[in-house]
Ligand binder design. Sequence first.
Ligand code: HEC
Length: 121
Amino acid sequence: MAKRGAALNAAMALAFAVLVFYPRMAWAEGNAAHGERLFGQYCAGCHGPDGRGGAHTFMPHVDTLTKKGYIDQMPDEYLAFVIGEGGAASGKSAYMPAWKSKLSEQDIQDIIAHIRSLPNF
Ligand code: HEC
């Protein structure tokens, strides 16, 4: 009995995992073109149109998002967290706003796809 229950639990856990993670895998292919529009609208003012920090009039200075060997080391989950929850929640500068009330998870995935498509320097 107990053994059968465990097998059932495992099967349910697997089904649950597929339900939870499959859509995330599908999102991993964000729509970079849509992300580019959103980035221009919401992010470029501080991060620059090419993610390199842009407006040096903005204080504190925003470092480049596209430094070689940096952004590609950051998992999507981390980027989605910083973008959704903001800098303060991520131990970064509180000048980085939280976007989850403005942007959907799909929007954020699209922006990440766009950031990853930017040339690295
Ligand atoms: C008001 C200015 C501002 C706006 C607008 C803004 N950011 Fe930021 N962002 C910052 C600052 C400041 C930091 C912190 C930089 C640091 O600590 O090096 C930051 C950090 C980040 C990081 C983390 C970088 C790292 O080094 O880990 C990501 C990713 C990011 N922003 C993405 C975005 C996206 C995407 C948008 C648009 C939806 C956006 N930001 C809009 C100011 C801004």
